[in-house]
Design a protein around this ligand. Structure first.
Ligand SMILES: [Fe+2]
Ligand SMILES: [Fe+2]
Length: 191
């Protein structure tokens, strides 16, 4: 029971690891002047989109938030705000993809800095969002959901394999996984 809570927290940690990894790669490129690894950047963004749009957000938006509202009417404002933050996060992610496109097409320091800024803005935003979910949402969920709710939600939350961190790792993401393992080791990264 409540396996979903562990899954959510684990997914948050993995998302954090991925963003730390990308920040680290960008700082190294900025400091060394080495050529940017566009293939890796696209892999990170592709995975973020897969992860957030196919797994993490739908589980929260479609199952966890409505179930909590059903059990605790005072969670209405918080869950609606978190839903809006998901939408705002999607816009910031679009901004990252667009600035990466410009950087890859034109090169140069200005486009590199634009891309870095978009990544940092997203990282900061996502970090705040995760913090609110962990400190405000999860305590309510823990308090108000009943055993039947947990059975239903646990089933939904454990019904997919993460394409990057699941076993075996999807080939598409193998290099990205290795990069994260190198830059953001457990417990902060792959725990
Ligand atoms: Fe969320
Ligand atoms: Fe979340």
């Amino acid at each position: 029971m409540q396996e979903s809570l562990e899954i959510i927290k684990q997914e948050h940690r993995r998302l954090g690891a991925l963003l730390i990894c990308l920040d680290g790669v960008l700082s190294s490129v900025a400091a060394s002047g080495n050529a940017p690894d566009f293939e890796l950047y696209h892999a990170v963004i592709g995975y973020l989109e897969d992860f957030l749009f196919r797994y993490h957000h739908p589980k929260e938006d479609q199952y966890l938030f409505p179930k909590l509202r059903e059990r605790c009417s005072s969670a209405e404002a918080l869950t609606r705000e978190l839903e809006q933050q998901h939408e705002r996060g999607d816009v910031l992610l679009d901004g990252i993809r667009n600035s990466l496109g410009m950087y890859q097409r034109h090169g140069g320091d200005d486009f590199r800095v634009d891309f870095e800024s978009a990544v940092h803005a997203y990282h900061k935003y996502e970090w705040e969002h995760i913090k609110r979910e962990e400190t405000e949402l999860l305590p309510l969920v823990r308090e108000y959901l009943n055993e039947d709710d947990w059975r239903e939600i646990d089933q939904v939350f454990s019904s997919h394999t993460d394409p990057l961190f699941g076993k075996p790792t999807d080939d598409k993401y193998r290099r990205l996984f290795e990069e994260i393992a190198r830059r953001a080791p457990a417990p902060h990264g792959l725990g």
